[in-house]
Ligand binder design. Structure first.
Ligand code: HEM
Length: 515
């Protein structure tokens, strides 16, 4: 009974006009009894509320693993079923593009690796993946440690002064510093400085997030887009970032030209191990807009996501002191007071489980976006070309049908001696880094970055929600943010030892703090 749709697809590939096929096959389809995707009847205002994936979760419980949401002329299919997610992301991934995501991100990422589709994506994926080889990721461990150490210094000052800290913005700065060095050997030093370039990055990020949740694309309106102060600010920020990128590319190109070294598989320049250096050494075209688009894409992809993971991990930890104790025991045993090394990544097993579990409860991004490029079957439902899909990773990760105590933060659900959970061994009910050909290229990088940060921070400090801290609620752009920050009280964990000191000429005991 799938024959009409096979025929229809075939004719469409041969170039038959869509309108004619539609007329023809509506008539044929009418004779078949295909089930229709359930239509969710939700109020639109519900969807516009703070975090849009929350009403989608409610609708999932009512309508199931695949349902359609319609607002006026627009319609979206919400997928929360592991096997349908696997079909779209992996088994038939060729039949899907990034759709609206590419449209929204075009102004900042151009045709960078995240929004790119088709041949551009294929060529660039092949160029970029080799840059994140094992030796590179291992070299990054040192960078993660140094950047986290800078954050520790800040926290140390706050602890001394008895001042509370807003961790979400600090994590955002930590991961910006890391990704700048890692991708193009640039030290934003945003934990200590607020330079124009740091502000420019945040202006662009905020714009990308606002556009992704805006009901009307005002930035496309003629005239308005040129005179709106906000759009002019965004343009200025983009120009500053692009000029900086141009400078960094030129500097890097000079370094590459002076090198004797031959390019090979695990090529890495010890002084500048950045992804940019690898790409230029491998022969990437310096003048291309594509190179800039890819650098910008990695800057954004690797910054916001990791920051969000750290923020929600510390929020979850603040509510589970028993998990913190276990975590600190492991870190004390494995690291003592050393910096983490690549060998430690295998040994910090419980730390890894804490991150795995944090990624389950707060997936970044909470939904994956696709558009069908041809007609297809999703489970028992036929779908047409040109439909927009939201794969709700949030729903998959919190489904009461797929998980025991789905909402509970329980790192123990994955035994430390078992395999590291991923989309394959969890049958697509767990997708922290996506799956299929478009899976995250930075998964290993991001895992190690967050493991190093969490290990070093709990090694040195205890964290608690600050007294009178605002309630921690969610809002979304591309990743899940808090609405009012994550205000915490930080105390030094290893207190200076208090030692009794005996004076020679008296038996009076005094105590001296050693610092
Ligand atoms: C793609 C998550 C860190 C670069 C993705 C996707 C997810 C994801 C879910 C798939 C998107 C989709 O299928 O639509 C994360 C998380 C991170 C993280 C949770 C941190 C904890 C990074 C880092 C980098 C990076 C550090 C860069 C070094 C990319 C790129 C893609 C991607 C380039 C697009 C790959 C493609 O389409 O071929 N990421 N990511 N990510 N990520 Fe990450």
């Amino acid at each position: 009974s799938g024959f009409p749709s096979v025929l229809r697809n075939g004719l469409s590939k041969l170039g038959f006009p869509r309108e004619i096929l539609e007329l023809l096959f509506n008539w044929v389809d009418g004779n078949e009894d295909y089930p229709k995707i359930p239509e969710a009847k939700g109020s639109i205002s519900a969807i516009r509320s703070e975090a849009f994936f929350i009403p989608l979760y409610e609708l999932y419980l009512t309508y199931g693993g695949i349902f359609r949401l319609t607002f006026g002329p627009k319609s979206f299919v919400i997928v929360s079923d592991p096997s349908i997610a696997k079909h779209i992301l992996k088994d038939n991934s060729k039949a899907y593009s990034k759709g609206i995501l590419a449209e929204i991100l075009e102004f900042v990422m151009g045709t960078g690796l995240i929004p790119a589709d088709g041949e551009v994506w294929r060529v660039r994926r092949r160029a970029i993946v080799p840059a994140l080889h094992q030796k590179y990721v291992a070299a990054m461990i040192g960078l993660f440690g140094q950047a986290t150490d800078r954050l520790c210094k800040k926290l140390d000052d706050a602890a001394s002064d008895g001042e509370d800290v807003e961790m979400e913005s600090l994590f955002s700065r930590l991961t910006l510093d890391v990704i700048g060095k890692a991708v193009f050997n640039y030290d934003f030093d945003s934990l200590t400085n607020d330079t124009g370039i740091v502000e420019a990055v945040y202006t662009v990020l905020r714009e990308a997030e606002d556009r992704s949740v805006a009901p009307i694309p005002v930035w496309e309106l003629p005239i308005w887009k040129d005179i709106s102060p906000r759009q002019r600010k965004v343009k200025g920020a983009l120009k500053l970032i692009n000029d900086t990128l141009d400078d960094l590319i030129a500097i890097c190109k000079r370094m590459v030209d002076e090198e004797e070294l031959q390019f090979h598989e695990e090529y890495m320049n010890e002084k500048d191990p950045s992804i940019l250096h690898f790409l230029l050494a491998s022969g990437d075209d310096v003048s291309s807009k594509q190179l800039r688009d890819d650098l910008m894409t990695m800057l954004i992809a690797g910054h916001e996501t990791s920051a969000a993971v750290l923020t929600w991990t510390f929020y979850l930890l603040s509510k589970e002191p028993s998990v913190v104790s276990k975590l600190q025991d492991e870190v004390d045993t494995v690291l003592g007071d050393r910096y983490p090394t690549i060998e430690d990544m295998k040994k910090l097993k419980y730390t890894t489980r804490v991150i795995n579990e944090s990624l389950r409860l707060y997936p970044q991004p909470p939904v994956l976006i696709r558009r069908s490029l041809e007609d297809d079957m999703l489970g028992k439902y036929p779908i047409k070309r040109g439909e927009d899909f939201f794969i709700s990773v949030w729903n998959l990760h919190r489904s009461p049908h797929l998980w025991e105590d789905a909402d509970k933060f329980n790192p123990e659900r994955w035994p430390v001696d078992g395999p590291n959970p991923n989309e394959t061994n969890q049958n697509f009910r767990y997708l922290p880094f996506g799956g299929g050909p478009r899976k995250c290229v930075g998964d290993m990088f991001a895992s190690f970055e967050t493991i190093v940060a969490v290990a070093m921070l709990v090694q040195r400090f205890n964290f608690q929600m600050a007294l009178g801290a605002p309630p921690v609620e969610m809002t979304t752009g591309a990743t899940i943010h808090t609405t009012q920050g994550l205000k915490m009280t930080v105390t030094r964990r290893i207190k200076p030892p208090i030692m009794p000191v005996f004076n020679d000429d008296s038996t009076e005991e005094t105590t001296i703090m050693l610092d």
